[in-house]
Design a protein around this ligand. Structure first.
Ligand code: BGC
Length: 763
């Protein structure tokens, strides 16, 4: 754990510059607007350690898989959202010396991400070799109001000395991915053009053929007066620059405004891209930086209206949850069902920006409650659109009859991961995809979704489970062998309780929903049965049989479910007994040692108990929590949040609070020493769940909203807003008092600690 940021309710603040922290800060101060995102790289030259990163949603490359020994069924490629042509660059020289924080004497440095405004600020003072001192103040944002636009306002004041200053505004298309499997470059140049103070660079991805036009508008002001000089052009196939020279006297302030546009062939015809990029820059230039920033602040205010969480009495907890909400809103705006949420959002290269089960298991409820059903529905539609490929994917592995195995990692529906254990074995993701449909309908009551899209997915997944399970003669039960459960610190295990449980549940869910459709809409039932060539009643009967006879390992003596067969044979050591120097074990132990140990990376049995809490009594939850949590090292970012929710439910307030910090401040305090690679964006949805379902105790039971709040002792109050069935409901929880308000929508009654409360809109 490393704590270097100042606590503040709305801001992330770094005081003083430490080059060792640069990559971590680049992740933490990242910006995004759903269409694109970027690490907080410096605009000016920086020759120290840095991970340059600018990403555009949906622009990916199928990088050839790297494995030691090829086996049938391996995915051909590992898809990655590409590091894209960069538009932030400003090369500044003063009296022929480059402004580079790695080389100059830094007198002061502050970097601040204002989450309320969605603007990244930086200010610093540096001394040049000739004794000149400059003070730089920068602002940058990716526009929420105009998603294809990014804006920089960079001002430099000469505090001491005089000098000749050159400013080169540039667009750089010569970009690499640090994680390229074979060190290849993924972009090729298409064209470059300039027009006065504007420039456009067009690049194309190899293989996938996505074309991106990146435009820039450049403007220089001296002491707030426009400098009317023609820039010197520099054009080569991968780079465009527009340079300005001017003489600065002591106390002069030079301001640079760079507005950039990013248009892609995903959204527009290829032959229009460079014109669109240029037009957007011209238009933005007319609107002006101040007004564009104003739009940004207003757009963020709108987002915060329904997604903010206010915690009083604990600034560090407050900062953590706002950071989580901010990052989630920066990553996914729900405007395009072809897009999803990569585990690191736009903050780094790891995980390739691909879609994991994280979306269904963690992110969906956040967007359902804060952004509304249509946006959340797009996440389901994304998988629906991939159904055909999921069926092909299963067929490649030998499954038949329309069985679908959704990929563990995907960009466009095809499985694409480097690691076979994850690809072949982590089949539990199929369960999460069905669970998400259930969760969405539970929340919205949009039963039509089941008829139109959901059931096709549910049936295809049921067809997978019945084939993947088989009857063990010895046990007289259905078993599922050779899997990896959510706990990735175990591979190729038999009868992972979580996988078996969610498989059985999804089978039952399929049977029930087919039956319900028959009653509700017989015509659609018939249509679907024909379309899917359902064998009736044979198929649903076989699903029901497998579900009823599924083997679910249990240790009756301890009263706990067993994570997988053989787990109890492991040497049982508690995580608290691990020496600090061994942690995180994934950075200090051999893989072999990890696999043999009893240590659990993330909620596994407990993930199942979280999803299906109402299937179990409180004592069962408690026994399992008390058994598994002490063996859990929480080395997946997805882990602590689930434990917060269960601990809150079980009245373990201290445990819940401790783990809350671990989820909500995971990146800010770098618990797992890896934030330099990027932030854990999907797990931030877990932090939201920890607050709302954990401390707020929100549940939907039989279509009714329930709240059982339990605040950490330090918190004076907790406020959050949720959307539920066309209503917006505001919660204010204090230690001894809870207020529930209907902010929008028709009257409704909800349950507070088991007591019914009627709500009507206050006008
Ligand atoms: C976790 C997975 C998760 C992935 C992406 C891994 O460390 O074990 O459950 O899907 O990260 O967040």
């Amino acid at each position: 754990m490393r704590r270097y940021l100042t606590e503040h309710p709305w801001k992330i603040i770094e005081e003083g510059f430490d080059p060792e922290r640069q990559k971590s800060s680049e992740s933490l101060f990242s910006l995004g607007n759903g269409h694109m995102g970027q690490r907080a790289n410096f605009e000016e030259t920086y020759s120290g350690q840095s991970l340059q990163g600018h990403y555009i949603a949906g622009i990916y490359y199928p990088d050839k898989t790297r494995v030691g020994w090829w086996k049938n069924g391996y995915p051909e490629y590992f898809a990655k959202v590409l590091n894209a042509p960069s538009w932030i660059g400003l090369k500044i020289t003063l009296n022929d010396q480059v402004l580079d924080l790695n080389l100059l004497n830094i007198r002061s440095f502050n970097r601040t991400l204002d989450m309320h405004e969605g603007v990244l600020y930086r200010s610093f003072e540096v001394e040049f070799g000739g004794g000149e001192i400059v003070k730089v103040s920068t602002e940058r944002f990716l526009s929420i109001a105009r998603q294809e636009l990014g804006c920089i306002n960079y001002s430099l004041k000469l505090l001491r000395g005089t000098g000749n200053c050159t400013v080169e505004f540039y667009l750089d298309g010569d970009i690499r991915n640090e994680d390229a499997n074979y060190d290849e470059k993924f972009w090729e140049p298409v064209g470059a053009q300039t027009e006065g103070s504007f420039g456009v660079l067009t690049s194309k991805t190899k293989k996938t053929g996505f074309v991106v036009s990146t435009g820039m508008s450049t403007k220089v002001l001296l002491n707030h007066q426009l400098v009317d000089i023609a820039p010197t052009k520099g054009i080569n196939k991968n780079r465009i620059s527009l340079s300005y020279r001017l003489d600065l006297n002591e106390s002069d302030t030079m301001s640079l405004v760079k507005l950039a546009s990013v248009f892609t062939s995903r959204d527009h015809p290829i032959d229009k891209l460079s014109d669109l990029a240029l037009d957007m820059c011209k238009k933005a230039n007319v609107i002006g930086y101040a007004e564009l920033k104003n739009e940004q602040v207003l757009a963020w205010a709108e987002k915060w209206k329904t997604s903010d969480i206010v915690i009083e009495g604990d600034v560090s907890a407050q900062q953590g949850i706002r950071f989580s909400v901010f990052q989630l809103n920066q990553t996914y705006s729900g405007h395009d069902p072809r897009l999803n949420i990569g585990p690191k959002g736009f903050t780094g290269e790891k995980y390739g920006g691909s879609t994991y089960w994280d979306t269904e298991a963690y992110c969906l409820p956040f967007f359902l409650n804060t952004a509304g059903p249509d946006i959340a529905k797009n996440l389901l539609i994304y998988r629906y659109k991939h159904l055909e490929k999921a069926i092909e994917n299963a067929a490649k592995l030998g499954f038949r009859n329309g069985a679908a195995l959704f990929p563990m990692v995907t960009m466009d529906g095809e499985e694409c991961h480097n690691e076979w254990e994850i690809t072949f074995e982590e089949i539990h993701r199929n369960g999460a995809i069905v669970y998400a449909i259930y969760n969405y309908i539970k929340h919205t009551n949009d039963i039509q979704y089941m008829d139109d899209y959901g059931l096709e997915v549910v049936i295809a997944v049921a067809r997978f489970w019945v084939q993947r399970a088989h009857l063990s003669q010895e046990k007289g039960k259905f078993v599922i062998l050779g899997v990896t459960g959510p706990n990735e610190y175990e591979n190729n295990v038999n009868n992972n309780w979580y996988t078996n449980y969610i498989a059985a549940w999804s089978l039952t869910y399929a049977v029930e929903n087919l039956e319900l459709l028959k009653e509700r809409n017989f015509a659609r039932y018939q249509e679907l049965s024909d379309q899917l060539q359902l064998q009736l009643p044979k198929e649903p009967n076989s699903w029901a049989e497998v579900a009823q006879q599924m083997y679910l390992p249990e240790n009756k003596k301890l009263g706990v479910f067993v994570q997988q067969e053989g787990y109890m044979d492991k040497e049982q050591i508690m995580a608290a007994d691990l020496p600090e120097s061994d942690r995180p074990i994934n950075q200090n132990w051999s893989w072999d040692r990890i696999l043999r140990s009893c240590f659990i990376k993330q909620a596994d049995v407990l993930q199942g108990l979280y999803f299906f809490e109402d299937h179990f009594d409180l004592e069962t939850l408690r026994r399992n929590f008390e058994f598994y949590e002490p063996r859990t090292v929480h080395e997946s970012s997805l882990s602590p949040s689930i434990h917060v929710i269960l601990a809150s439910k079980l009245g373990m307030k201290e445990k819940a609070y401790e783990l809350y910090h671990r989820t909500a401040r995971l990146d800010l305090d770098d618990y797992n020493n890896e934030v330099h690679e990027g932030c854990h964006t999907t797990s931030m949805a877990g932090s939201w769940l920890a607050v709302v379902e954990g401390f707020g105790g929100m549940r939907i039971i039989n279509s009714r909203l329930h709240f059982n709040p339990s605040l950490p002792d330090l918190w004076e109050s907790l406020k959050f807003i949720i959307r539920f069935r066309s209503r917006i409901i505001g919660m204010t929880i204090q230690t001894n008092d809870t207020t529930i308000e209907l902010l929008e929508g028709e009257s409704i009654s909800v349950f507070l600690k088991g007591k019914e409360v009627s709500l009507s809109e206050s006008r």
